[in-house]
Design a protein around this ligand. Sequence first.
Ligand SMILES: Nc1ncnc2c1ncn2[C@@H]1O[C@H](COP(=O)(O)OP(=O)(O)OP(=O)(O)O)[C@@H](O)[C@H]1O
Length: 369
Amino acid sequence: MYTKLRPIQSGTFSTVYKAWSTHHNRYVALKITPKYKTSEANMKNEYDVMKKLSSYKSHPNICSMLDFYTDDSYYVMVLEYCECGDLYDFLDIAKSQGTPSSPSLIQIDMQRIIKQLCSAISFAHSLGIAHRDIKPENVLLTINGDVKLADWGHAIQSSKSNDFQIGTDNYRAPETFSSPVDNSCYKKRLDKSSAPLYNTYKTDYWSLGATIFYLTFGDCLFRVSKSKMTQHLKNFDEFEKNPFAFIYQKYVQPRLACGYNDEGNLQESLQQTRQFVWQDLPDVYDVFHLCKIMVDTLLRVSNADERSMENFMNQVDSAWNKDSSMDSSFSYQSKIDLFWEQWSVNTESAPVNFQFKNFEKPCLVQDSK
Ligand SMILES: Nc1ncnc2c1ncn2[C@@H]1O[C@H](COP(=O)(O)OP(=O)(O)OP(=O)(O)O)[C@@H](O)[C@H]1O
């Protein structure tokens, strides 16, 4: 019934193959998990979640399960096949192609991807399911430029949880870390039953923000290695004190600090910042604007209740409205002015060694955008 054609990729637990289904008369993806790599309970959880998401009214932006079977050694989940693979790999390829003067031939639409991802997440939440592992590797792309949220192996059918260490560190919300570090937000939690519950929907909002940050900057907002977990947790504290200073210092300043009065050098330093694949984010100031929206609506550190996907969507919609910053008629100099207004407001509390005085507002000789 299914003819395996080629392996697509191996994840931590499973290998995914492209296959042909005679029954469905279409290509499918077979996600094959050896039984020794997972527990029956984990597999049952993923199966139950997929069944619920794929049942009577499946969602166009969720990778549906078409079939499931098992033998002595393997679990096999039959999934809709997404021709362009995941967004992480896709951007990697696109990034190596694009330059400022010659953007990647693969152009995709950021606003559409954001809308589709939010729609998928809110559909799952409306069924009582939180994903808990949203990241570029789990966002699949179809040949039509649509996205499908995949890998529901860490999902939970509850809006509350006190599971820690679930998901992927670089994209996980601060409240999902348990740590031996005694700092303001993250006390050691040994006894799970007495550990406080966190809201799993709000943790999805954080991961959504961290994912979109990666898509726009081509870099993770928080990168963590196990040996540097302490530093990672301190990063959350630092980010909370002044998110704009944090992003500015780590991502913006290094890219703008040199040669910003010379457009050639400016473009060169910006080359590392974006992927040159987003057709509706024509320049780096759009990236900064989107980033500010994420900080305001999704990337709230200790006050998870302040995260709101609805506010995020509303602000994203208005940013792309006519006469707003993402509109093509909005001049380049106006974008620079807007960036300056939005970001410099928050610079007063920046660390002392943070040399704003060395960074002057760029003024382009001519408005070439
Ligand atoms: N339906 C699909 N169509 C095309 N490619 C897919 C599909 N499902 C998965 N893949 C590819 O296989 C990779 C691994 O899949 P998946 O994340 O589901 O496996 P996993 O074992 O749970 O991975 P991990 O736990 O390491 O995140 C994905 O990142 C993607 O590149």
